[in-house]
Ligand binder design. Structure first.
Ligand code: NDP
Length: 250
């Protein structure tokens, strides 16, 4: 498939995990990918180069409006005006609600929700001008509630409301806005969760697998495939939706 030939796609938090898999997938399908992360995304760029794709890396902290603004200006000058935005950057700072600190609340809301606001608002200007755009944001199964994740659940539920609203406001400009809500995907983020609860990644994965109808946890590539679908013209009449990618788990 070659669904993104010459389209400029911006993927945030793409130095590793789901973002890296998404950047690779889009590059393989012909996109010119702007790989954004707060750290230099060398490993992702090397993978894309090995696969024969075209990408450039940009250091960008999505919580910092000025950083987002200037990186978009730079990438638009170097690659072309962005047509696809994947709001993937995310963090967790888990704790039970009664002792959840304001710092941890603010940090999680700032990256996971305000970051989506910053990037989407900057990106939509380019998309409105082209009368074409796809915005896909990473929500989570945790949006439905998850012990120890009040901050993260609030941010990820916020993404679903933001997505539904942007779909209403931006539809007239031929911009589709959707969200993907993964269940447990094996990445550095979930490895850190395992460590916090005193389990090895394998032990936590085993316990999640037992509660998942498909009997296993997910892989970043499986989420990337759904993001790519929603960012493609195959999903041209899908907007304002949140698609759960969670192996059938409740
Ligand atoms: P990772 O932690 O593996 O990757 C997230 C990337 O985002 C990291 O490179 C991280 O950098 C970067 N990042 C963090 N803060 C910022 C920032 N302020 N600006 C730019 N980049 C930043 O996570 P996953 O790949 O697992 O998750 C990707 C997305 O999917 C997240 O939004 C996550 O919430 C969501 N998700 C993940 C699930 C899972 O099971 N893995 C399930 C449901 C949703 P650094 O390493 O420095 O923090």
């Amino acid at each position: 498939m070659d669904r993104f030939t010459d389209k400029v796609a911006v993927v945030t938090g793409a130095a590793q995990g789901i973002g890296a898999a998404t950047a690779l997938r889009m590059a393989i399908e012909g996109a010119k990918v702007a790989v954004l992360d707060r750290n230099t995304p060398e490993a992702t760029l090397e993978q894309i180069e090995r696969a024969g794709g075209l990408a450039r890396g940009y250091v960008c902290d999505v919580t910092d409006r000025a950083s987002v603004q200037s990186v978009f200006e730079q990438l638009a000058a170097e690659l072309g005006d962005p047509r696809i935005l994947v709001n993937n950057a995310g963090i967790t700072r888990d704790d039970l609600f009664f002792r959840l600190s304001e710092d941890d609340w603010n940090a999680v809301l700032s990256v996971n929700l305000t970051g989506v606001y910053h990037c989407s608002q900057v990106a939509q200007k380019y998309m409105v001008a082209q009368r074409y755009g796809k915005i896909v944001s990473l929500s989570s199964r945790s949006a439905l509630g998850n012990r120890g994740q009040a901050n993260y659940a609030a941010a990820k539920a916020g993404i679903q409301g933001l997505t539904a609203t942007l779909a209403i406001e931006l539809g007239q400009y031929n911009i589709n806005v959707n969200a993907v809500a993964p269940g447990y995907i094996a990445t550095a983020m979930t490895d850190a969760t395992a460590e916090r609860v005193g389990l090895s990644p394998e032990q936590l994965q085993q316990s999640v697998a037992e509660r998942t109808p498909l009997g296993r946890v997910g892989r970043p590539e499986e989420v990337a495939a759904v993001i790519a679908f929603l960012a493609s013209d195959e999903a041209s009449y899908v907007s304002g939706q949140t698609l759960y990618v969670n192996g059938g788990a409740r």
